[in-house]
Design a binder for this molecule. Structure first.
Ligand code: NAD
Length: 477
């Protein structure tokens, strides 16, 4: 397993001369590897490499860029089991979750290998009749990519693939909790034929310092960040200094609305995925479950029965559906939110606590009769806890769902499509799962409104985050 800095097509030690940092397996709490801790000198080298590589990469025919991305998809698919196991070891999620993450992550290489060759732009005639207006999409330049720990492969490929497809080059700074997957992806891209310097990876324990340095470098023209809203705000301010294009995939606090005519079995199936996928550590995780009063008891009973049968354990063990949380502070935070909700009058319909579970686990938990103003509904839980709140009318459900500074995704269950579309239209989120518990798709524009972000990832829109429009005026003869 390589644990160095990936700069200019090769492994390197740090020029900053700091001690390596430890990556911990959340299931055993043991050290898995030591990774080189990059400093500002290393970030500067990575930016030099990306900037040099840009000169030729931007001029490389799209077909060649596409072939390399396609090869990356093939390699990632061939190695999916190996990569999935690496993700489990550094992130803790259960193996089935890690396998779906690798498949999803690889799809970004395939999708953007196909998108790379669709040359966008057009030719218009000026209303004066005197000019052609030629509009082309140009690669934006060097992009800084920053990813979180919860999807160490998919959050990286969702940025790398469109940046490279567009002809831009990049420096990736993965989360310190999960750097190994990012390094494996860099190596895989090199094997797929990616020229030196087009993608560089700098791992560090001092994100603020290194990212601050990078955003002070005028060669960085795009910032693509996935992480918390709090850090996103800081980075937007820093990006403003050099007027850097910023795309932000930030926090979510997704409402999951079950109307009184919903197919309850389907809604329970949907919530099992929307809540438990990735152990609840997903920006798309259903966090606030609003259920129509008339069906709330039956829904809660059915859902609690399913949750109570979830198999916990080390994510690598056979049959395990739910692995541990990423670290001790997350475990503590989840426990505090549950305890607070119970003190405020909620009852535990399933789960609660972490006794007898490995590492930083927390038991899959259902909280019933949560008050609409409960503190737990104000936070991204980022764990396997489902607070259920009752509502009286569709209008009240919409008001409760929209009562959040976040607006990434909402889920809605109803048998009536007209009613579903009417409610869905009123939900203030960038995405809606209408009778679906999962929406992620490389061919769809993923992203949020309000404080959940700016910009979109995936689909054709995802590539535009790494291009700029250029208009050339040409005389019309
Ligand atoms: P985080 O904001 O703490 O960290 C995200 C990344 O930013 C990491 O690489 C981290 O090292 C880096 N970082 C932290 N502080 C920094 C600073 N001051 N300057 C520069 N970089 C800094 O988030 P996290 O805990 O790793 O991830 C969880 C969050 O990510 C949740 O809020 C979740 O909703 C969000 N998320 C959003 C999406 C989405 O697509 N909207 C997807 C996944 C996760």
């Amino acid at each position: 397993m390589s644990t160095g800095l990936w700069i200019d097509g090769g492994w390197r030690e740090s020029r900053a001369g700091r001690d390596d940092f430890a990556v911990v397996d959340p299931a055993t709490t043991k050290v898995l590897a030591h990774v080189v801790d990059g400093g500002v000198e290393d970030m500067a080298d990575a930016l030099d490499a990306a900037s040099r590589a840009y000169e030729t990469w931007a001029e490389t025919p799209a077909r060649e860029r596409s072939t390399i991305l396609r090869r990356a998809w093939e390699l990632m698919t061939e190695r999916s089991e190996e990569l999935a196991r690496l993700i489990v070891r550094e992130n803790g999620k259960a193996l089935p979750d890690a396998r779906s993450e690798v498949a999803y992550a690889a799809e970004f290489f395939r999708w953007f290998s196909e998108e790379a060759v669709r040359a966008h732009g057009d030719m218009r005639r000026s209303p004066t009749g005197q000019n052609w207006i030629m509009v082309t999409e140009e690669p934006i330049g060097v992009a800084l990519l920053i990813t979180p720990w919860n999807y160490p492969a998919a959050m990286a490929t969702r940025k790398i693939a469109p940046a490279l497809a567009a002809g831009s080059t990049a420096v990736l700074k993965p989360a310190a909790e999960t750097p190994l997957t990012a390094l494996a992806i860099a190596e895989l891209l090199a094997e797929a034929g990616l020229p030196a310097g087009v993608l560089n990876v700098v791992c560090t324990k001092r994100s603020g310092e290194l990212v601050g340095h990078a955003l002070g470098d005028t060669r960085v023209r795009a910032l693509s960040f996935t992480g918390s809203t709090e850090v996103g705000r800081t980075l937007l301010t820093l990006a403003a200094q050099n007027v850097v294009r910023a795309s932000m995939e930030l926090g979510g606090n997704a409402p999951f609305v079950v109307l009184d005519d919903a197919d309850l079995e389907e809604a329970v199936d949907g919530l099992m995925v929307a809540k438990l996928r990735n152990g609840g550590s997903a920006c798309t995780a259903a966090n606030r479950i609003y259920v129509a009063d008339g069906v709330a008891d039956e829904f809660t009973e059915r859902f609690a029965a399913r949750i109570a049968s979830v198999r916990h354990g080390n994510g690598l063990d056979d049959g395990v559906e739910l692995g541990p949380l990423v670290n001790e502070s997350t475990q503590r935070k989840v426990a505090e939110l549950v305890d607070g909700a119970v003190r405020a009058g909620a009852s535990i319909a399933a789960g609660g606590g972490h006794d007898g579970l490995p590492g930083y686990s927390y038991r899959a938990t259902v909280l019933a009769d949560v008050k609409p103003d409960a503190e737990i509904l104000r936070h991204e839980i980022f764990g396997p806890v489902a607070p259920i709140v009752r509502f009286e009318s569709d209008a009240q459900a919409v008001a409760l769902a929209n009562d959040s500074e976040f607006g990434l995704i909402s889920y809605l269950y109803t048998r009536d499509l007209d009613r579903g579309l009417a409610v869905s239209r009123r939900l203030r989120s960038g995405m809606v799962g209408l009778n679906r518990g999962v929406v992620s798709d490389p061919a769809a524009p993923f992203g949020g409104v309000k404080q959940s972000g700016i910009g979109r990832e995936g689909a054709a829109e995802g590539m535009r985050e790494f291009t700029e429009l250029k208009y050339t005026a040409i005389p019309f003869h």
